[in-house]
Ligand binder design. Sequence first.
Ligand code: HEC
Ligand code: HEC
Length: 111
Amino acid sequence: MKTILLILISTFLFAQDAPKSELKNVTVLPFTKKRDILRYMKKVVVPELGVKCKFCHEMNDYSSDKKEHKMVARKMMSMVQGINKNTMQKLGHRDVSCWDCHRGITPPAKK
Ligand code: HEC
Ligand code: HEC
């Protein structure tokens, strides 16, 4: 009886430990579902920067941080979140996006 109880408890605890996110290496964006991050990549990142997935990603592993462009992009995402949270939303203005600087070009034009 005790053993069965123990097994039940540990199964329960183990189930609680299961990862909540479908994603492996997402530290800045608020997504946990693959479908949602893919929509953001396709509808925002790619068109607003004018680059393809492979500009930032290793094609055999999207969670890899090997490419320098991905590391820069992650910092840019964090910067944009900060601008929106600390400034734009407090002013009651719309959120800014990559587009506001990049306009479909990477790196963005200087003048
Ligand atoms: C400009 C760079 C850039 C481009 C282009 C880009 N991504 Fe990403 N992608 C990122 C960054 C940065 C992250 C990690 C974000 C974070 O840590 O919050 C990411 C994360 C992901 C993840 C999550 C992987 C995981 O489990 O950790 C997937 C899947 C993904 N991208 C798919 C794509 C696809 C598909 C495309 C093309 C349609 C694309 N990305 C284009 C920068 C890019
Ligand atoms: C406030 C303006 C601004 C915003 C907003 C912005 N960027 Fe940038 N980004 C820049 C500038 C300026 C450069 C070029 C830096 C240089 O050439 O020295 C750049 C360069 C980049 C590069 C190229 C880096 C490289 O290694 O060549 C990537 C990738 C990038 N940004 C991703 C993003 C993403 C993704 C977003 C939206 C989440 C974003 N940026 C939003 C200003 C911005």
